[in-house]
Design a protein around this ligand. Structure first.
Ligand code: F6P
Length: 467
């Protein structure tokens, strides 16, 4: 399905984080720059100059000031940002979206302690309802008659319920970027909450997911809780090859190369690029390296495990504790195996996309071992950027697994020993086999682009099955 700009002007994208971030210049003037995050970088280039409207939450006072100007046009985008009471927003975002729904959908609760559905939690749930209502009101006020509305992610599960009442003329889809849990996992939520969430999602024309298994889990939940299932579609996101080439050719990326030369030298490179999130399984990645170096003395001083990781959601104690544990473990591996002039682990915790792109260009092995992941775009970006026949060691729990299975070395992410074996196999592989496998992953990773993903959502909104 191809979409004209005329049709795109009738599209409204709705997400928690918006495509523009505002800040004040010294003279007090508000200026906009492109916002951060995977969704924004995938979708923004496709919406520039189309007239599509994006609705998102204001993240700070500067964003709030901009939101008072109504619909803002900057960088070719049209943004309506919502000024939500900061305390209400934080309760909804931290307590419900990130500390509850994210953990439920990833199946990551330590059930002996969490979730704790107490009075504070119910206040946060009321805040989540308020935030969703504010989004729904903004859509209702802004969307042209008969528009197509693409609502993104678990922060906005209840918008569909409101829109079904207030704007039945709209065609709406909801797209979930995380995994979805099975009915057993969902039982960690209060019954009324599970019902409200699923009713909100089921109010859309269709609900989209990155992988078949998340769509199936959602349908199973609907069947158990609502007694009916709603339409679903599967539309994996793909990397934007033009954007990757642009970043790879940038000065920032070139500058990162000399840093990488210093860090890696002539050693083999095992790389990971992730947000610091409990789902990413950073700890078992370091434990696998520890086991590998224990078993294979010949690899000592010959490999570097470079972990380029981005700080994430540091307002949550779970995330802070996870970061500390990760740093302690990396240090322990270095103390155990390091020698003068060689740290087996190089852990860099900062937000530096050009440096990640530079490293993805030259890995021998890319480790992507999430416990569970909606998709994992890094696995695909790595395959497109890599120029050294690097191999992908990929968790079978990543949403991208079925797409990349043919050329990737699959692992059970809980099995540290199997992960160590997979790393060894990748490092030992003969050049001919490396070339064949990395070529297969590259070919698969390039099959879909952000444009395909967007078009699938538009098709689903019209009631068509994508593909
Ligand atoms: O962890 C992945 C994810 O939850 C995505 O589903 C979502 O789009 C993104 O993170 C949101 O991140 P943040 O909370 O930093 O905006």
């Amino acid at each position: 399905m191809s979409v004209t700009n005329a049709a795109m002007s009738e599209v409204v994208v709705v997400s928690n984080r918006g495509p523009l971030k505002f800040s004040r210049r010294e003279d007090g003037e508000l200026v906009a720059r492109r916002g951060a995050g995977g969704l924004v970088s995938s979708l923004s280039p496709l919406l520039v100059g189309t007239g599509a409207i994006w609705i998102a939450a204001a993240m700070d006072d500067d964003d709030r000031a901009a939101s008072r100007e109504g619909l803002v046009e900057a960088e070719g985008l049209r943004l309506r940002s919502l000024d939500i009471d900061p305390a209400t927003y934080r309760m909804a975002y931290d307590v419900v979206s990130n500390a509850t729904l994210w953990f439920v959908y990833h199946g990551l609760f330590d059930l002996t302690r969490r979730p704790r559905i107490d009075r504070r939690w119910w206040q946060a749930w009321a805040a989540y309802q308020t935030v969703n209502e504010a989004f729904a009101q903004a859509v209702a006020d802004t969307a042209p008659q008969g528009a197509t509305v693409l609502i993104q992610d678990f922060h906005l599960s209840l918008v569909g319920t409101h829109l079904a009442h207030t704007r039945p003329d709209l065609a709406t889809v909801h797209f979930t970027h995380t995994p979805f849990c099975d009915p057993t996992g969902l039982r960690a939520l209060p019954d009324a909450v599970a019902e409200e969430l699923l009713s909100g999602l089921a109010a859309h024309t269709a609900c989209g997911f990155h992988a078949q298994r998340w769509a199936a889990a959602y349908r199973d939940c609907c069947t158990e809780v609502l007694g009916r299932s709603s339409a679903t579609f599967v539309a994996p996101l793909g990397p934007d090859p033009d954007d990757l080439s642009r970043v790879a050719g940038s000065d920032a990326c070139q500058d990162a190369q000399s840093w990488l030369d210093d860090v890696i030298g002539d050693r083999r490179l095992i790389l990971r690029v992730d947000r610091v999130e409990p789902s990413k399984n950073l700890l078992r990645g370091f434990l696998a390296l520890d086991e590998l170096l224990g078993q294979r003395p010949d690899l000592r001083e010959k490999v570097v495990f470079l972990a380029l990781v981005y700080p994430s959601r540091e307002g949550l104690p779970e995330y802070l504790a996870y970061r500390t544990e990760m740093e302690t473990l990396a240090e322990r591996v270095n103390r155990t195996w390091g020698t003068p002039g060689w740290d087996p682990v190089v852990l860099a915790v900062s937000d530096n996309y050009p440096r990640s792109v530079a490293a993805l260009g030259r890995y021998d092995v890319l480790l992507v071992n999430p416990i569970r992941d909606g998709l994992n775009l890094v696995a695909k970006e790595g395959a497109l950027l890599n120029t050294t026949d690097g191999l992908l060691v990929l968790s079978r729990e990543a949403g991208a697994w079925p797409e990349l299975a043919q050329g990737a070395i699959g692992i059970n992410p809980f099995d540290v020993s199997a992960t160590a074996d997979a790393l060894a196999r990748a490092l030992d592989m003969a050049p001919g086999e490396r070339r064949a496998l990395s070529g297969a992953v590259r070919e698969a990773a390039g099959r879909r682009t952000p444009r395909d993903w967007l078009n699938d959502q538009l098709a689903a909104a019209e009631g068509h099955q994508p593909g």
